[in-house]
Design a protein around this ligand. Sequence first.
Ligand code: ADP
Length: 350
Amino acid sequence: MKILVINSGSSSIKYKLFGMPAQKLQVKGAIEHIGEPRSKIKDHYTGLKEILQRSSSVHVVGHRVVHGAEEFRKPVVINNAVIAKIRQAAALAPLHNPANLVGILAAKKLLPGVKQVAVFDTAFHQSIPEYAYIYGLPYKYYTNYGIRKYGFHGTSHHYVAHEAASRLKKPLSRLKIITCHLGNGCSITAIDKGRSVDTSMGFTPLEGLIMGTRCGDIDPALVTYLMRKFKMSTHQIDDLLNKKSGLKGISGISNDMRVLQKRYNRNKRVRLAIDIFAYRARKYIASYIGIMDGADAIVFTAGIGEHQGSIRSRIWRRGGYSYLKKKPKVMVIPTDEELMIARQTYELVK
Ligand code: ADP
């Protein structure tokens, strides 16, 4: 069975074609600059048409969808009711879900009769208990408006936890694993017996760790303070916290860890940015060891997690965690969200 996995963004479509169940990658690529002034790809429909020319005989399509709200705990076969619910969840992910939907609608049009499956980034975290996902706000904000922690990068955390279990030769259902997805966006998840029990991102991907350009955890009162003091609009606040903060804002140089790492010894603010990054990650790991009462493995993945050993060792200091009876095994596992989507799609339709 050939499964085409599609990750449709606002101006790009990334894709991989897998032969299942062998999990053989047959074609991969990306169409970029969709709809931009000088691009010959006017829209997602044209982009997908080109992808289908490169990928012969697609039997099923698996779509990455960012937000499934509380509706979707598992992958689903897409029908009109599912489309309506993804559209509803767009209120919670206005930048992502509409772009994912455009990809779904284009695929439906171009491949009539071919099953389409949606795999949600938030689904893996739906197992987080209520006491961990409810914020300390009046409860009606949850019941009336869905304000709670959702968590993101779910497919990636799930995938690397699976791979870790297979490397450890133990069932995931008997392990406590902490997965650290450290890319441009960064999140850490506590996985107890195969279920996500807490994760650092929240209602949006802004909460938690210091990221390339996002601030992560701050005192929420800072938002109203900044608005008053500098007469900032909601748009300006959004821009400040999401695009001008994090590694970029602290260092004043770059959001790219490769650039910063080279200057660690030469530039005080670069050093500070990296130290804050590592400290925050270390703090989350320790708190997740605390809530799970130990950890069998700590897994690093994504750009920084996979490739930057010096950052990993700043987070996971050798000889640290001396209070633990059994030290976790530290592992580096490349993430493959598309393969996880193909696996889950295959499981659903086979
Ligand atoms: P995204 O989250 O956008 O998918 P990545 O997972 O590639 O991005 O992560 C981007 C971060 O990872 C950057 O800070 C970059 O410096 C770092 N990174 C990515 N690839 C490499 C690499 N091959 N070697 C070192 N660092 C890398």
